[in-house]
Design a protein around this ligand. Sequence first.
Ligand code: XLS
Ligand code: MG
Length: 362
Amino acid sequence: MSIVTVRSMPFWCVGNPLSDPFGGPVLPKIDSLEVAKLIAEGKQQGLIDATAFHDDDLVPWDPNHLEDDLDPASPVYAKLHAIKAVLNEAGVVFNSAVCSLHGNPLFHNGGLCNPDPEIRKLARQKVFRLLRMGQFFGAKYYIYWVARDGFEVPVVTQWDKVYDWLAEGLNGAREYMLANGMTNYLGGTVEPKPNEPRGHMFLPTAGHAVGFIYGKLHEPDFWGVNPELLQHEGMALQNSVLTVAYLVSLKKLLFLHFGSQIKAQFDDDFPPLVGPEGLKETVMMFYTLKKLGWKGPVEFDCHALRAEVNRDDPLASRRQFIRDCSEALDIALKLADRIQEPAPGLSQTAADLASIRQLCGL
Ligand code: XLS
Ligand code: MG
Protein backbone atom coordinates (compact mmCIF):
# COMPACT_ATOMS: atom_id res chain seq x y z
CA MET A 1 0.00 0.00 0.00
CA SER A 2 1.47 3.33 -1.05
CA ILE A 3 1.80 6.11 1.45
CA VAL A 4 0.41 8.43 -1.23
CA THR A 5 -3.38 8.21 -1.06
CA VAL A 6 -4.09 10.76 -3.79
CA ARG A 7 -2.00 12.30 -6.57
CA SER A 8 -3.19 15.79 -7.29
CA MET A 9 -2.25 17.83 -10.35
CA PRO A 10 -3.32 21.49 -10.05
CA PHE A 11 -4.77 23.68 -12.77
CA TRP A 12 -2.05 26.29 -12.24
CA CYS A 13 0.71 23.79 -12.98
CA VAL A 14 -0.81 22.34 -16.16
CA GLY A 15 -1.97 25.72 -17.42
CA ASN A 16 1.29 27.51 -16.56
CA PRO A 17 2.49 29.54 -19.59
CA LEU A 18 6.03 29.60 -18.11
CA SER A 19 6.89 33.27 -17.74
CA ASP A 20 9.70 34.39 -15.48
CA PRO A 21 10.72 37.86 -14.23
CA PHE A 22 12.95 38.29 -17.30
CA GLY A 23 10.71 36.99 -20.03
CA GLY A 24 7.11 36.54 -20.98
CA PRO A 25 5.23 33.30 -21.57
CA VAL A 26 6.79 30.66 -23.81
CA LEU A 27 3.56 28.67 -24.02
CA PRO A 28 0.24 30.14 -25.03
CA LYS A 29 -2.22 30.45 -22.18
CA ILE A 30 -5.02 27.95 -22.64
CA ASP A 31 -8.61 28.17 -21.52
CA SER A 32 -9.44 26.56 -18.16
CA LEU A 33 -11.78 24.12 -19.86
CA GLU A 34 -8.85 22.92 -22.00
CA VAL A 35 -6.77 22.53 -18.84
CA ALA A 36 -9.61 20.53 -17.30
CA LYS A 37 -9.57 18.23 -20.32
CA LEU A 38 -5.83 17.61 -19.98
CA ILE A 39 -6.30 16.81 -16.28
CA ALA A 40 -9.19 14.47 -17.13
CA GLU A 41 -6.96 12.75 -19.69
CA GLY A 42 -4.23 12.32 -17.07
CA LYS A 43 -6.76 10.66 -14.79
CA GLN A 44 -7.98 8.35 -17.56
CA GLN A 45 -4.38 7.29 -18.14
CA GLY A 46 -3.97 6.48 -14.44
CA LEU A 47 -1.34 9.21 -13.91
CA ILE A 48 -3.27 11.31 -11.39
CA ASP A 49 -6.44 11.14 -9.25
CA ALA A 50 -7.19 14.68 -8.26
CA THR A 51 -6.74 18.35 -8.96
CA ALA A 52 -6.50 21.73 -7.23
CA PHE A 53 -7.20 25.27 -8.32
CA HIS A 54 -7.03 28.97 -7.59
CA ASP A 55 -10.30 30.77 -8.35
CA ASP A 56 -8.41 32.81 -10.98
CA ASP A 57 -7.20 29.64 -12.72
CA LEU A 58 -10.79 28.79 -13.59
CA VAL A 59 -12.71 32.02 -14.06
CA PRO A 60 -12.08 35.77 -14.03
CA TRP A 61 -12.79 37.80 -10.91
CA ASP A 62 -14.69 41.08 -11.00
CA PRO A 63 -14.65 43.06 -7.73
CA ASN A 64 -18.00 44.55 -8.76
CA HIS A 65 -19.66 41.13 -8.97
CA LEU A 66 -18.52 39.33 -5.87
CA GLU A 67 -21.24 36.66 -6.06
CA ASP A 68 -21.21 35.93 -9.79
CA ASP A 69 -20.51 32.27 -9.00
CA LEU A 70 -24.05 32.04 -7.61
CA ASP A 71 -25.76 33.74 -10.54
CA PRO A 72 -27.02 31.21 -13.14
CA ALA A 73 -27.00 33.97 -15.76
CA SER A 74 -23.27 34.72 -15.37
CA PRO A 75 -20.51 33.29 -17.62
CA VAL A 76 -18.60 32.37 -14.44
CA TYR A 77 -21.43 30.11 -13.32
CA ALA A 78 -21.58 28.45 -16.75
CA LYS A 79 -17.80 27.91 -16.87
CA LEU A 80 -17.68 26.37 -13.40
CA HIS A 81 -20.43 23.92 -14.37
CA ALA A 82 -18.68 23.02 -17.63
CA ILE A 83 -15.38 22.34 -15.83
CA LYS A 84 -17.13 20.24 -13.21
CA ALA A 85 -18.84 18.15 -15.89
CA VAL A 86 -15.51 17.32 -17.60
CA LEU A 87 -13.76 16.39 -14.37
CA ASN A 88 -16.68 14.47 -12.86
CA GLU A 89 -17.03 12.39 -15.97
CA ALA A 90 -13.37 11.38 -15.73
CA GLY A 91 -13.66 10.76 -11.97
CA VAL A 92 -11.15 13.47 -11.01
CA VAL A 93 -11.63 14.57 -7.39
CA PHE A 94 -10.65 17.92 -5.91
CA ASN A 95 -7.90 17.94 -3.34
CA SER A 96 -7.56 21.65 -2.63
CA ALA A 97 -8.88 25.11 -3.36
CA VAL A 98 -6.71 28.26 -3.04
CA CYS A 99 -7.78 31.85 -3.29
CA SER A 100 -5.47 33.85 -5.53
CA LEU A 101 -4.56 36.95 -3.57
CA HIS A 102 -1.45 37.48 -5.66
CA GLY A 103 -2.48 37.86 -9.31
CA ASN A 104 -4.75 40.88 -9.33
CA PRO A 105 -2.85 44.21 -8.99
CA LEU A 106 -5.40 45.32 -6.37
CA PHE A 107 -3.56 42.98 -3.98
CA HIS A 108 -0.09 44.28 -4.83
CA ASN A 109 0.52 45.17 -1.18
CA GLY A 110 -1.08 42.10 0.36
CA GLY A 111 -4.32 40.16 0.64
CA LEU A 112 -5.64 39.24 4.10
CA CYS A 113 -2.88 41.41 5.65
CA ASN A 114 -3.22 44.40 3.33
CA PRO A 115 -2.88 47.63 5.35
CA ASP A 116 -5.91 49.11 3.56
CA PRO A 117 -9.10 47.92 5.32
CA GLU A 118 -11.11 48.08 2.07
CA ILE A 119 -8.65 45.78 0.29
CA ARG A 120 -8.59 43.40 3.27
CA LYS A 121 -12.37 43.24 3.12
CA LEU A 122 -12.24 42.55 -0.61
CA ALA A 123 -9.67 39.81 -0.01
CA ARG A 124 -11.94 38.17 2.57
CA GLN A 125 -14.87 38.30 0.16
CA LYS A 126 -12.72 36.76 -2.55
CA VAL A 127 -11.85 33.96 -0.13
CA PHE A 128 -15.58 33.38 0.54
CA ARG A 129 -16.25 33.09 -3.20
CA LEU A 130 -13.35 30.65 -3.51
CA LEU A 131 -14.74 28.62 -0.61
CA ARG A 132 -18.11 28.40 -2.38
CA MET A 133 -16.35 27.16 -5.52
CA GLY A 134 -14.51 24.57 -3.45
CA GLN A 135 -17.80 23.44 -1.95
CA PHE A 136 -19.31 23.18 -5.44
CA PHE A 137 -16.44 20.93 -6.54
CA GLY A 138 -16.20 19.03 -3.26
CA ALA A 139 -12.64 20.18 -2.47
CA LYS A 140 -11.12 18.49 0.58
CA TYR A 141 -8.83 21.31 1.72
CA TYR A 142 -8.74 25.08 1.70
CA ILE A 143 -5.17 26.41 1.29
CA TYR A 144 -4.00 29.79 2.48
CA TRP A 145 -0.72 30.44 0.64
CA VAL A 146 1.01 33.43 2.20
CA ALA A 147 1.55 35.09 -1.23
CA ARG A 148 1.78 38.90 -1.04
CA ASP A 149 1.24 39.04 2.72
CA GLY A 150 4.74 40.16 3.56
CA PHE A 151 7.06 43.15 3.57
CA GLU A 152 10.12 44.85 2.17
CA VAL A 153 10.33 47.88 4.45
CA PRO A 154 10.21 47.15 8.19
CA VAL A 155 9.56 50.73 9.31
CA VAL A 156 6.24 50.96 7.46
CA THR A 157 5.04 47.47 8.35
CA GLN A 158 2.34 47.45 11.02
CA TRP A 159 3.87 44.71 13.14
CA ASP A 160 1.33 45.23 15.90
CA LYS A 161 -1.47 44.35 13.48
CA VAL A 162 -0.41 42.05 10.64
CA TYR A 163 -0.80 38.76 12.51
CA ASP A 164 -4.17 39.84 13.92
CA TRP A 165 -5.35 40.67 10.42
CA LEU A 166 -4.21 37.28 9.21
CA ALA A 167 -5.97 35.53 12.09
CA GLU A 168 -9.12 37.54 11.38
CA GLY A 169 -9.00 36.43 7.74
CA LEU A 170 -8.45 32.74 8.47
CA ASN A 171 -10.82 32.56 11.44
CA GLY A 172 -13.37 34.30 9.23
CA ALA A 173 -12.85 31.71 6.50
CA ARG A 174 -13.50 28.91 8.98
CA GLU A 175 -16.61 30.64 10.33
CA TYR A 176 -17.88 31.01 6.77
CA MET A 177 -17.41 27.28 6.14
CA LEU A 178 -19.33 26.43 9.31
CA ALA A 179 -22.11 28.92 8.67
CA ASN A 180 -22.62 27.57 5.16
CA GLY A 181 -22.49 23.84 5.88
CA MET A 182 -19.25 23.34 3.94
CA THR A 183 -18.64 19.86 5.27
CA ASN A 184 -16.56 19.01 2.19
CA TYR A 185 -13.55 20.68 3.86
CA LEU A 186 -11.59 18.21 5.96
CA GLY A 187 -9.13 20.91 6.91
CA GLY A 188 -7.57 24.24 6.14
CA THR A 189 -3.85 24.47 5.45
CA VAL A 190 -1.28 27.20 5.67
CA GLU A 191 1.36 27.07 2.96
CA PRO A 192 4.48 28.89 4.15
CA LYS A 193 7.11 30.45 1.93
CA PRO A 194 10.06 32.65 2.93
CA ASN A 195 10.07 35.16 0.05
CA GLU A 196 8.91 35.70 -3.54
CA PRO A 197 6.79 37.53 -4.43
CA ARG A 198 7.56 39.69 -1.35
CA GLY A 199 11.03 40.39 0.02
CA HIS A 200 9.93 38.50 3.12
CA MET A 201 6.63 36.79 3.74
CA PHE A 202 4.87 36.76 7.11
CA LEU A 203 4.88 32.95 7.52
CA PRO A 204 8.24 31.91 6.10
CA THR A 205 8.53 28.27 7.24
CA ALA A 206 6.48 25.31 8.42
CA GLY A 207 7.53 26.09 11.99
CA HIS A 208 6.14 29.62 11.74
CA ALA A 209 2.90 28.23 10.30
CA VAL A 210 2.38 25.76 13.15
CA GLY A 211 3.10 28.41 15.77
CA PHE A 212 0.56 30.71 14.14
CA ILE A 213 -2.09 27.98 14.03
CA TYR A 214 -1.79 27.27 17.76
CA GLY A 215 -1.24 30.86 18.81
CA LYS A 216 -3.84 32.69 16.75
CA LEU A 217 -6.49 30.45 15.20
CA HIS A 218 -9.72 29.63 17.04
CA GLU A 219 -9.96 26.05 15.85
CA PRO A 220 -6.37 24.82 15.68
CA ASP A 221 -7.42 21.20 15.16
CA PHE A 222 -9.01 22.09 11.85
CA TRP A 223 -5.83 23.68 10.51
CA GLY A 224 -2.61 22.11 9.31
CA VAL A 225 0.26 22.83 6.97
CA ASN A 226 0.95 21.89 3.38
CA PRO A 227 4.68 22.45 3.14
CA GLU A 228 6.08 22.77 -0.36
CA LEU A 229 9.00 20.37 -0.63
CA LEU A 230 11.62 20.61 -1.70
CA GLN A 231 10.92 24.18 -2.81
CA HIS A 232 9.70 26.61 -0.18
CA GLU A 233 11.49 25.11 2.80
CA GLY A 234 14.64 24.64 0.68
CA MET A 235 14.60 28.34 -0.21
CA ALA A 236 15.02 28.94 3.54
CA LEU A 237 17.75 26.27 3.76
CA GLN A 238 15.48 23.94 5.73
CA ASN A 239 15.66 20.18 5.30
CA SER A 240 12.55 18.40 4.03
CA VAL A 241 13.04 15.34 6.20
CA LEU A 242 13.04 17.45 9.33
CA THR A 243 10.03 19.47 8.12
CA VAL A 244 7.84 16.44 7.46
CA ALA A 245 8.93 14.63 10.62
CA TYR A 246 8.16 17.70 12.74
CA LEU A 247 4.76 18.18 11.13
CA VAL A 248 3.84 14.50 11.44
CA SER A 249 4.76 14.52 15.13
CA LEU A 250 2.35 17.45 15.61
CA LYS A 251 -0.33 15.85 13.38
CA LYS A 252 -0.12 18.89 11.15
CA LEU A 253 1.02 17.37 7.85
CA LEU A 254 -2.26 17.35 5.92
CA PHE A 255 -0.65 16.97 2.50
CA LEU A 256 2.46 17.89 0.57
CA HIS A 257 3.16 20.22 -2.29
CA PHE A 258 5.83 18.44 -4.27
CA GLY A 259 8.54 19.46 -6.71
CA SER A 260 12.27 20.08 -6.77
CA GLN A 261 14.56 22.96 -5.89
CA ILE A 262 18.11 24.25 -5.84
CA LYS A 263 18.64 25.22 -2.20
CA ALA A 264 18.68 28.92 -1.31
CA GLN A 265 17.45 29.97 -4.77
CA PHE A 266 14.24 31.62 -5.89
CA ASP A 267 11.28 29.24 -6.23
CA ASP A 268 12.51 26.90 -8.99
CA ASP A 269 9.39 24.72 -9.06
CA PHE A 270 11.25 22.07 -11.06
CA PRO A 271 9.31 18.86 -11.61
CA PRO A 272 10.06 16.31 -8.84
CA LEU A 273 13.57 14.82 -8.99
CA VAL A 274 14.49 17.11 -11.88
CA GLY A 275 17.42 19.49 -11.53
CA PRO A 276 20.91 19.24 -10.13
CA GLU A 277 19.97 18.71 -6.46
CA GLY A 278 17.61 16.92 -4.15
CA LEU A 279 17.49 13.24 -5.15
CA LYS A 280 18.74 11.95 -1.82
CA GLU A 281 16.66 14.43 0.17
CA THR A 282 13.48 13.51 -1.71
CA VAL A 283 14.05 9.81 -1.19
CA MET A 284 14.84 10.26 2.50
CA MET A 285 11.70 12.36 2.89
CA PHE A 286 9.46 9.57 1.56
CA TYR A 287 11.43 6.95 3.51
CA THR A 288 10.81 8.95 6.68
CA LEU A 289 7.13 9.47 5.93
CA LYS A 290 6.74 5.74 5.41
CA LYS A 291 8.61 4.94 8.59
CA LEU A 292 6.38 7.33 10.52
CA GLY A 293 3.27 5.66 9.10
CA TRP A 294 2.04 8.84 7.42
CA LYS A 295 -0.40 8.50 4.56
CA GLY A 296 -1.91 11.33 2.58
CA PRO A 297 -2.22 13.26 -0.64
CA VAL A 298 0.73 14.49 -2.65
CA GLU A 299 -0.08 17.51 -4.76
CA PHE A 300 2.41 18.40 -7.47
CA ASP A 301 3.34 22.07 -7.39
CA CYS A 302 5.82 22.72 -10.13
CA HIS A 303 5.90 23.40 -13.83
CA ALA A 304 7.58 22.21 -16.99
CA LEU A 305 11.09 23.52 -17.63
CA ARG A 306 10.81 26.78 -19.52
CA ALA A 307 13.95 25.90 -21.49
CA GLU A 308 12.64 22.70 -22.98
CA VAL A 309 8.96 23.00 -23.86
CA ASN A 310 7.91 22.50 -27.43
CA ARG A 311 6.42 25.84 -28.41
CA ASP A 312 4.92 24.31 -31.53
CA ASP A 313 2.93 21.77 -29.60
CA PRO A 314 1.86 23.29 -26.29
CA LEU A 315 -0.68 20.58 -25.53
CA ALA A 316 1.89 17.83 -26.00
CA SER A 317 4.28 19.71 -23.68
CA ARG A 318 1.58 19.86 -21.02
CA ARG A 319 0.69 16.19 -21.42
CA GLN A 320 4.35 15.29 -21.10
CA PHE A 321 4.62 17.39 -17.95
CA ILE A 322 1.77 15.47 -16.27
CA ARG A 323 3.39 12.18 -17.25
CA ASP A 324 6.84 13.29 -16.03
CA CYS A 325 5.52 14.34 -12.61
CA SER A 326 3.64 11.11 -12.08
CA GLU A 327 6.62 9.03 -13.18
CA ALA A 328 8.96 11.01 -10.92
CA LEU A 329 6.70 10.31 -7.94
CA ASP A 330 6.72 6.59 -8.81
CA ILE A 331 10.51 6.65 -8.96
CA ALA A 332 10.83 8.53 -5.65
CA LEU A 333 8.51 6.06 -3.89
CA LYS A 334 10.30 3.05 -5.36
CA LEU A 335 13.68 4.43 -4.33
CA ALA A 336 12.40 5.11 -0.82
CA ASP A 337 11.20 1.49 -0.62
CA ARG A 338 14.77 0.30 -1.27
CA ILE A 339 16.13 1.90 1.89
CA GLN A 340 16.34 -0.53 4.80
CA GLU A 341 16.38 0.24 8.50
CA PRO A 342 20.14 0.36 9.34
CA ALA A 343 21.59 -2.59 11.24
CA PRO A 344 22.00 -1.79 14.95
CA GLY A 345 25.42 -0.55 15.95
CA LEU A 346 26.45 0.80 12.54
CA SER A 347 28.22 4.13 12.64
CA GLN A 348 26.26 7.04 11.16
CA THR A 349 28.62 7.13 8.20
CA ALA A 350 28.35 3.40 7.57
CA ALA A 351 24.55 3.57 7.85
CA ASP A 352 24.43 6.43 5.37
CA LEU A 353 26.74 4.72 2.90
CA ALA A 354 24.65 1.55 3.18
CA SER A 355 21.51 3.53 2.41
CA ILE A 356 23.21 5.12 -0.62
CA ARG A 357 24.22 1.68 -1.88
CA GLN A 358 20.61 0.51 -1.52
CA LEU A 359 19.33 3.66 -3.21
CA CYS A 360 21.70 3.21 -6.14
CA GLY A 361 21.33 -0.59 -6.31
CA LEU A 362 25.10 -1.13 -5.76
C1 XLS B 1 3.71 29.47 -4.88
C2 XLS B 1 2.83 28.49 -4.27
C3 XLS B 1 1.47 28.49 -4.86
C4 XLS B 1 0.53 27.83 -3.94
C5 XLS B 1 -0.89 27.97 -4.30
O1 XLS B 1 4.88 29.56 -4.62
O2 XLS B 1 3.42 27.22 -4.30
O3 XLS B 1 1.49 27.90 -6.11
O4 XLS B 1 0.84 26.49 -3.82
O5 XLS B 1 -1.27 29.28 -4.24
MG1 MG C 1 2.67 25.37 -3.46
